[in-house]
Design a protein around this ligand. Structure first.
Ligand SMILES: CC(C)(COP(=O)(O)OP(=O)(O)OC[C@H]1O[C@@H](n2cnc3c(N)ncnc32)[C@H](O)[C@@H]1OP(=O)(O)O)[C@@H](O)C(=O)NCCC(=O)NCCS
Length: 329
């Protein structure tokens, strides 16, 4: 019988645009306060891309980081996947723009759309491709410029989001198997609670759709909050079950960074002490598909986790989509 192909995490990276937008800056833009934003969300500041800075630009910078951390050259990559809800254009895919920037050609490249669960969906996809023997070394990127689809006049949403990118390079391995489990879920019945109505085939861009601001995110915050907590807790439990590990075996929980109160409620539901929960929302805001991977990269770089540790990454997002993965660092 053929030996099962393992999936090894070769390296990770994170990248943020230079420009900082603080709560004090937002106070000058909409009727809000640092106190409100901080106590209701835990966010203090976020990074914002420049006008001419695209999602594939962030993806390119973070890919260089991940290649360095993996100690491989770009030509070793044989598949590129970019999880994003803020592509450079409808098409070509952001993954194709990234492929060009990396000086690669011929290898397959595509985008994956699962909103804030995008990176977890990506891990599951890469794992299946590698285990099937189709590809050996895959560049997986979560990259977002949410600032470009934010309504900067809507205080309900504009304080929540930021820009950034994270990447992971995964490779087939005969010795290591770092992805212990992946669990995914979705429920399109809730598609009208967090969405971007304009520009697609439902509401093709016209002067009217632009006047109505339909090209920016719309959200029913309270309903999203209520759904996120149980689904994230369920995802963590399912991924743990599938991994054959217990809560006590996990060194660090990395929840999607959307709201500090969501993170605390999920931790409470799972009975996880907050010192085992990674939080960086105060300096990033919600960066959708890039949250879990940039958090993991920071946890590795700051020594919060070390080689051999088990980490549970959990996400929830528009769709609704949700998912979790237990990985060995
Ligand atoms: C958006 C969110 C922070 C709002 O917090 P909340 O406690 O539910 O607050 P509410 O929506 O009930 O609003 C309370 C009041 O604050 C006001 N408010 C909303 N945003 C505000 C802001 N930025 N500054 C000041 N006041 C604000 C509201 O208008 C409302 O005022 P009213 O009572 O006079 O109508 C919260 O619901 C949330 O984080 N939801 C999940 C969002 C999310 O994670 N989305 C992405 C998922 S991947």
């Amino acid at each position: 019988m053929n030996k099962k192909i393992g999936v090894k995490i070769l390296g990770t990276g994170s990248y943020f645009p230079k420009k900082l937008l603080t709560n004090a800056d937002l106070e000058k833009m909409v009727d809000t306060s640092d106190e409100w934003i901080n106590t209701r969300t835990g966010i203090k500041e976020r990074r914002i891309a420049e006008k001419n800075e695209t999602t594939s630009d962030l993806a390119y910078m973070v890919s260089l980081e991940a290649l360095k951390s993996s100690n491989i050259s770009p030509d070793k990559i044989d598949l590129i996947i970019v999880a994003t809800i803020t592509p450079d254009m409808f098409f070509p895919s952001t993954a194709c723009f990234l492929q060009k920037k990396l000086g690669l050609n011929s290898i397959p490249a595509f985008d994956l759309s699962a909103a804030c669960s995008g990176f977890i969906y990506g891990i599951a996809t890469v794992r299946a491709f590698i285990e099937s023997g189709l590809y050996r070394t895959v560049l997986l990127v979560g990259s977002e410029t949410l600032s470009k689809i934010t309504d900067w006049t809507d205080r309900n949403t504009c304080v929540l989001f930021g820009d950034g990118a994270g990447a992971m390079i995964l490779s087939a391995s005969e010795e290591d198997d770092n992805i212990l489990s992946t669990y995914l879920g979705a429920d399109g019945a809730y598609s009208d609670l967090l969405f971007l109505p304009g520009g697609g085939s439902a509401n093709p861009a016209t002067a009217e759709t632009v006047n109505q601001n339909l090209h920016t995110m719309k959200m029913q915050g309270k309903d999203v909050f209520k759904a996120a907590v149980p689904k994230m807790a369920l995802s963590a439990q399912k991924a743990l079950e599938l991994s054959g590990k217990k809560l006590k075996d996990i060194s660090l929980f990395i929840p999607h960074q959307a709201n500090m109160r969501i993170i605390e409620a999920v931790a409470k539901k799972l009975d996880i002490p907050m010192d085992k929960v990674f939080v960086n929302i105060h300096k990033t805001g919600n960066i959708s598909s890039a949250t879990t991977i940039t958090a993991l990269d920071e946890a590795i770089k700051t020594g919060r986790v070390k080689r051999g540790d088990l980490v549970a990454m959990v996400a929830f997002g528009g769709g609704f989509t949700w998912g979790a993965s237990v990985v060995r660092i």
